[in-house]
Design a protein around this ligand. Sequence first.
Ligand code: ZN
Length: 314
Amino acid sequence: MSKPVSPDLLASGILPFVIDAGAGRKAAIRGRMVRLDGVVDSILDRHQYPPAIAELAAEAMVLASCLSSTMDFDGIFTLQAKGDGAIKTLLADVTSAGAVRGYAAFDDEKGKALEAAPLGCPAPMMDLMGVGHLAFTVDQGKKGRYQGIVPIEAREIKDVALRYFRDSEQIDTALFLAANMEDNNWQASGLLLQRIPATGGTHDEVLPMSDEEADIWHTACALMATLGRDELLANDIEPDILVHRLFHELGVSMLPWRVLRDECRCSPDRVEQVLASLSPEERLEFADDNHQLTISCEFCKTEWSWDASDTAQG
Ligand SMILES: [Zn+2]
């Protein structure tokens, strides 16, 4: 069931910004403000998940958008979590061209029990997913693939991701993610700060944090902590105004806004490749009583139908 979306919800994207360092350095901190209301709202509207599951899916899409934009890559950034709880799989991906997708696969019984559950504000990832892990993958096709994995051992997806940055990447990172449904529309935003380590020497070694850098980092984190959830989600405050309001005393510069959109990568060609991998008997087995074989994209819910008896002969 589709519903009208107010125009101010449609501006989804990422505002990259940098916080200045002391003399001799370009920047001390990279920042990302993500506003994903329109994208999250249209994706979740197609799925109609129980609200508690939708909330975690929204946070995952915001997190994937934040992280994808801190990396220089040409391809697909994927966040995928697997667990043994109500949600079995949580997936959000963002291409370097700004196309976002997301979905959650969950246990029918446990999902039904969550229909009336209130939003977690933020979503309790560990309760919803049980024992499992969160993986980040950058896939650049022929140029290579990189993956990082962290166990789900914190209540919120934010803290699971922070643990990854602390233990695996050793990059100081601060994150604030929020999603909320108001008047039947989803709002979803995020703010990320990441310290850019100073490098030097002949091999560009990471230099220990200077006192001045430590001051800048701790001040930025303290300023970020003054931001309220409602303020982060407020779609009547432009992202650049919010970022300026928070960090102006440190010297903050905005970089160009990057548009994100709800866009799937499925196509009839791809679905035909799936069909081609099935034997004629399998095609008939998956078809309905009228020999119609229907394949539906788990991301965008687009459905394609074929006459299985035709394909079986072909
Ligand atoms: Zn699709």
